[in-house]
Design a protein around this ligand. Sequence first.
Ligand SMILES: [Zn+2]
Length: 143
Amino acid sequence: MNDRMTTAARLRGSVNHIDLTVRDMAASVPFYEALLSFLGYVRVKQEAALHVWELVRDGQIVAGVALRAARSPREHDRYAAGLHHLAFHAADRDDVDRAHALMKEQGTILDPPADYPQYGAGYYAVFVADPDGLKLEVVHYIG
Ligand SMILES: [Zn+2]
């Protein structure tokens, strides 16, 4: 088994990509560029109504995030049907702290870095809101 097959097998069932709708690309693109580039994503598409970032490991795309222009002015409501929040893996606790330092300048911090034992032993995370109010999380957790 080569590395590519190993990576693919390891990723089986994990999220491949997610497309988010945003009301204001001018506000959301810099926000997501800051967060996603920090996490290792590279922007691969920049169009007026579509921006795409990919995370590549071992020469293989392991995750993608896209922003699409919203067609409704409605604010995101995580307690309506749909997406409640989106979480990204951090390498370690320091990585969570670095994400917090970066996101303080970009968005709204909902909950600062802390242990959240209710989610599991060693669960350490920060929670932020994007410009549309979508809740994002950066978490280090060895479950
Ligand atoms: Zn979460």
